[in-house]
Each structure stands twice: as C-alpha cells, then as structure tokens.
Design a protein around this ligand. Structure first.
Ligand code: 8DG
Ligand code: MG
Ligand code: MG
Length: 144
C-alpha cells in the first residue's frame, strides 16, 4: 500500500580501509539480517556526511578516523522486508586515525561482531546494497 509506505531516509555508510581490507559487521536487524555490512546509520539533523560517518563508526565500534572522503550514492528500496523501507545511501571512505586501534562491538543487539576482510575475499552473504556495488566492479580504495 503506497499510501502507508514510509518516506525515503538518508543513510551514511563507511568503507573503513586498512591495507587491502575493509571493516564489515554481520547485521542483527530486520533489514538484511545476518548479512555482512559496512558500519553506518541514519543521517541526523544538521550533520555533514563526514560527521555522520565518524559518529556512527564511533558509536558502533569505538574507532576514530581521518582522511574521510565522499565516494558515491546509491538508491536502495527494500520492498520485500517485513517492514519495507527506502534508503538513499551515501558511501564514504576513511582510514583509521590510529592503525593500532581495534574495533569493539559496542551495539551487540545490532551486530554480531566486526572484523577486517580482504577486498578480494569478501565474506558471503553481503548486505544487498553492498553486494550490488561489488557486482558492478566498484572499488573503494584510493588507487582506483
Ligand atoms: P542509527 O539508529 O544508529 O542511526 O541507525 P543504525 O541502527 O546504525 O542503522 P543501520 O541499519 O546500520 O543503517 C541504516 C540503513 O542504511 C540500513 O537500514 C540500510 C542502509 N544501508 C545501506 N547499506 C548499508 C551498509 O552497508 N551498512 C549499513 N549499516 N547500513 C546500510 O544501504
Ligand atoms: Mg548506528
Ligand atoms: Mg548501523
């Protein structure tokens, strides 16, 4: 029922890069449950994309970043989910401020845990918006 459909929302998600790896967490959520996804969340009133990415990453993992850069935006409609939703998803990349800092699972009700995954050996299944990008050949690393 289109009249009851919620408005599209803005999400900001982050490719946190370390050597040839990215940080992914397995989702605990009604949307994309058990799939591997980037850290990120909803843009709040007044935030820049960069501020949102840094805040969500800190809330979810405790990690701090630098060299944050906008990459691209995609349109994601989750029609078949129990609660259908629509996200305009903004993708940024960044590096760790301190390469020694380790990710903590600070929201265990939303994530089974964070880990680094080699870009050439990503885990399965990926969260659909990420899966779609990988299939188009998208690469978040600066030398691409
Ligand atoms: P918040 O309350 O902290 O703001 O939100 P959250 O609980 O962290 O939300 P989220 O599900 O992590 O992110 C919001 C939406 O962003 C998610 O439902 C769908 C969209 N999204 C994508 N791709 C990705 C991705 O790779 N990772 C995450 N976390 N969200 C993504 O389209
Ligand atoms: Mg969050
Ligand atoms: Mg999140």
């Amino acid at each position: 029922n289109a009249a009851k459909a919620p408005a599209p929302r803005v999400a900001v998600v982050l490719f946190l890069l370390k050597d040839k790896s990215v940080l992914l967490g397995r989702r605990r959520s009604s949307v994309g449950d058990s799939t591997f996804a980037l850290p990120g969340g909803h843009l709040e009133f007044g935030e820049s994309f960069e501020e949102c990415a840094a805040r969500e990453l800190r809330e979810e993992t405790g990690l701090d970043i630098n060299k944050t850069k906008f990459l691209t935006v995609t349109n994601n409609v989750f029609r078949e989910e129990p609660k259908p939703c629509h996200y305009v998803t903004v993708f940024l990349r960044a590096n760790l401020a301190d390469p020694e800092q380790l990710p903590q699972n600070l929201e265990p009700e939303k994530c089974y845990g964070w880990d680094w995954y080699d870009w050439d050996h990503l885990p399965k299944p990926l969260f659909l918006p990420l899966e779609k990008m990988v299939k188009t050949g998208f690469n978040p690393f600066p030398d691409h």
